[in-house]
Design a binder for this molecule. Sequence first.
Ligand code: HEC
Ligand code: HEC
Ligand code: HEC
Ligand code: HEC
Ligand code: HEC
Ligand code: HEC
Ligand code: HEC
Length: 259
Amino acid sequence: MTIRHRPTKNTVIFGAAAAWGLLLISCVAVNRTMLAPPFIAGATFVGNKECMECHEEKTGHFGSATHAKVTLADAKLGSTGCEACHGAGSLHVKAGGTKTTIVNPMKSPDTCFQCHLEKRGEFSLANSHGVLTGKMGCGDCHNPHEGNMVRGKGASMESANETCTTCHTAQKGPFTFKHNAMKEGCVSCHNPHGSVNQKMLVARDANLCLSCHLETATRSGIILAGGEDHRTRIQGGTCWSAGCHEAIHGSHASPALRY
Ligand code: HEC
Ligand code: HEC
Ligand code: HEC
Ligand code: HEC
Ligand code: HEC
Ligand code: HEC
Ligand code: HEC
């Protein structure tokens, strides 16, 4: 082709399956629907090695990343894990690295939805983080370039509360009276992607709390939590209503988690 190609923002678009057909997908998860990687008009795949030349801070620990196993295997190229998310890199490499010749998934979650389509649904729910509106990116909570995707210091995403408390400082503590549920991570009560329930809670009523607090009752019909029968209390509203346990993340005033 001899048509001069001037790369603009619009040249980086999604969804062309044609170039994709040339490559084989070797993937750990066979039950995941694979669509095309981000499409960059006129570009071809070059392989991870090329990226290493200029982006050592991203390639250095990539071997430990979950997505390092999600590669487009091609005998001539070797592994192209970077390009699965960033699109084919030939034009970018040729230009010595320009923003208009490569996809940055932080600007649009579409790259991630190619393989995690069900997440688009979660982020469309009534209560969700503003990823679809561009206020946030998947990369605010996930680090695709290293380890098991955790941002922050926790060993697992489930317990990596630091990921959340960098933005949500009010829930960080330290509190005089801790709620030990926090040890199990914010995700024991919140779905960080989205939920039909207010505040992205995983349950809308007492079940949120009783999943951990339901004690074996000696008499049938009793709802025992914290050693006390909660039958009438539960009819009065949610457990985190005013006057009950409204300081649910931790309290400075009361061991019963009140303000
Ligand atoms: C010749 C050096 C070079 C190579 C090789 C290279 N890059 Fe880059 N890349 C750069 C430079 C320089 C920038 C910064 C551009 C800017 O800030 O304007 C960049 C920026 C990027 C960005 C950020 C774009 C944005 O919108 O912020 C991504 C993503 C990226 N490169 C991915 C890759 C991938 C994937 C490969 C391998 C296919 C690769 N690069 C190969 C030099 C290179
Ligand atoms: C699972 C998808 C995914 C894979 C695979 C992936 N990246 Fe990224 N990349 C992202 C996301 C999301 C961001 C934006 C968030 C961030 O900076 O961590 C990003 C950002 C970048 C940036 C820009 C960073 C900046 O400072 O703005 C570069 C450069 C980059 N990636 C290079 C690479 C290279 C090289 C590889 C392969 C070793 C790679 N990426 C593999 C998703 C991915
Ligand atoms: C080419 C397909 C593909 C793309 C693109 C992709 N993923 Fe994945 N992702 C996978 C597969 C396959 C797994 C393997 C785990 C599994 O079986 O679910 C995975 C796993 C994950 C996990 C779980 C990590 C773990 O260690 O358990 C997270 C989080 C994730 N991806 C986020 C992202 C984000 C964020 C993006 C966009 C920046 C992205 N993915 C882009 C295919 C992909
Ligand atoms: C507000 C923080 C946050 C944002 C933004 C976020 N995630 Fe997550 N994600 C998490 C946490 C925390 C977990 C671990 C959840 C768990 O273990 O219950 C997780 C788990 C995952 C998993 C693996 C487990 C699963 O549910 O399948 C995938 C895949 C994933 N995220 C994809 C994405 C994609 C794609 C985006 C962007 C469209 C994204 N995430 C944005 C916090 C976030
Ligand atoms: C990059 C900053 C950022 C990170 C990281 C982040 N959040 Fe958020 N969160 C927000 C913003 C901003 C909102 C307000 C809703 C919106 O506009 O997206 C919000 C809203 C919420 C809400 C609902 C509050 C309401 O009033 O409805 C909950 C609950 C929440 N986040 C929990 C979490 C959890 C759990 C994590 C970690 C897995 C997390 N957030 C990580 C920025 C962040
Ligand atoms: C034991 C369950 C539980 C755990 C664990 C938990 N939360 Fe919450 N969170 C709640 C409940 C219940 C609400 C609703 C409170 C209300 O509506 O007054 C809430 C509300 C929120 C809100 C909205 C605050 C507001 O003023 O509207 C944010 C933000 C939030 N949580 C972040 C977090 C973060 C970050 C973590 C982890 C560090 C976390 N939560 C852990 C139960 C929990
Ligand atoms: C992930 C498990 C888990 C969830 C969910 C959970 N908690 Fe807890 N909670 C604990 C643990 C662990 C303790 C500390 C051990 C204990 O005292 O039983 C605790 C302690 C408490 C205490 C202090 C009890 C005392 O006497 O010191 C109150 C009050 C409490 N939780 C209320 C709630 C409410 C209300 C909810 C729902 C919004 C809730 N918890 C959800 C695990 C959980």
